[in-house]
Write a protein that binds this ligand. Structure first.
Ligand code: GN1
Ligand code: MG
Length: 362
């Protein structure tokens, strides 16, 4: 089936003219559907990767539920801006939220938010603040949607205990014969395990609640207005029950790093305190009212946990022989592991300063 034929399965308004490949996602494929009718919106057509997301109908059920919930909240605050401050899923002509093509691919259509800006990374504290404010507002709007209403799309996704168990298994198997290369890294990981299980234990004991969380809060998952104010959170695929620390922690991990996620030069990798403060400030400004004290206290650990957890995930994939993440060269997962461990260690050294920032802003 052509992309045009697939697009025609959806109840779009106007007339779809040109179809353009859109964005650089690593998991899904996206196309912008340009509307040739006046005053009708463009759309975004996406193929959802069902190798990564095994239960696309569940994922779409979560997406529709969350989009409806957020749209209702936005309509109270910004009645004229619902279309650009929340995502709209366009149903198929049969009224379904996705279309399954004869080859078994899953497709969906969203309303295209135009105009908008996106940032893949930033050194600008204002962008960090706005991005975090937008993620935090999303968390707040979902505060009254009970976690059990959404399904688990990827089990144990941010479960540190399970990731450590997975690591033990990968060490035992040593499938790619690489264990000898990473003895020191494993030692460090094990030495920090107790501290890094803090959030898991707070969750298990009920001190921090399960919420509906986004779980992929990188800055490129926020759309900005042309005046550089945050508009809308996108990429809702990993929405499922989780702790608020996931959305804070992954934001800190990706945003505050002065180097790349896979930087070969570890001197470039560090946690930028100004960006940390800007992100924490934006996030707390939009969640201060709804978070429990225990959740606010846990944010400090989240800033360390997410670089650490990502290091463990890359390390597992390195030991397994690169079966999960796409790699650009054979040592890529090792390089990524080292960079994420460097970020963890840098955060650890700055712990007192990070703590002072969180305490001041809470
Ligand atoms: C994957 O593909 P992307 O960048 O959205 C991964 C995240 C990791 C990230 C590391 C479903 O996300 O959890 O943090 O890579 N997503 C999944 O770059 O595993
Ligand atoms: Mg993603």
């Amino acid at each position: 089936m052509t992309v045009e034929t697939i697009a025609a399965q959806f109840a779009t308004a106007g007339t779809i003219g040109k179809v353009q490949a859109h964005g650089g996602g690593h998991i899904n494929d996206s196309y912008r559907l340009l509307n040739s009718a006046n005053n009708q919106p463009d759309y975004l057509l996406q193929r959802v990767n069902h190798n990564v997301f095994k239960d696309v109908p569940l994922l779409m059920q979560n997406t529709v539920l969350v989009c409806d919930h957020v749209a209702t909240k936005i309509s109270e605050l910004y009645p004229d801006e619902v279309d650009r401050r929340s995502l709209t899923i366009i149903p198929t002509t049969d009224g379904l939220s996705f279309f399954k093509d004869p080859e078994g691919n899953f497709w969906r259509v969203l309303r295209f938010i135009d105009p908008h800006l996106v940032f893949d990374s930033t050194t600008d504290p204002d962008i960090a603040y706005q991005g975090a404010l937008t993620f935090g507002a999303f968390t707040s709007m979902l505060n009254d949607l009970p976690a059990e209403k959404v399904g688990t799309v990827i089990p144990d996704f941010h479960n540190m205990k399970w990731r450590l168990t997975q690591l033990k298994e990968s060490i035992r198997k040593d499938a790619a014969g690489r264990l000898k290369m990473v003895k020191e890294e494993i030692e460090y990981v094990e030495s920090r395990a107790k501290m890094m299980l803090t959030i898991h234990e707070l969750g298990e004991s009920g001190k921090i609640p399960l919420r509906v969380t986004h779980n992929d809060t990188k800055i490129s998952n926020v759309l900005f207005d042309t005046d550089r104010k945050g508009l809308c959170v996108i990429d809702l695929d990993t929405i499922q029950p989780g702790y608020v620390t996931s959305d804070f922690g992954d934001g800190i991990r990706t945003l505050t790093n002065t180097g790349e996620e896979d930087d070969e030069n570890l001197d470039r990798v560090s946690m930028d305190l100004e960006l940390f403060e800007a992100f924490a400030s934006g996030f707390l400004d939009s969640t201060r009212e709804i978070l429990l004290d225990a959740e606010k206290d846990a944010l400090l650990y989240a800033g360390l946990l997410f670089p650490y957890m990502q290091a463990v995930r890359f390390l597992i994939d390195y030991l397994d022989g690169d079966t999960y993440y796409k790699i650009k060269h054979p040592e890529h997962n090792l390089v990524r592991t080292l960079a994420q461990l460097k970020l963890t260690k840098d955060g650890e050294e700055k712990m007192d300063k990070l703590k002072a920032i969180i305490t001041k802003l809470s």
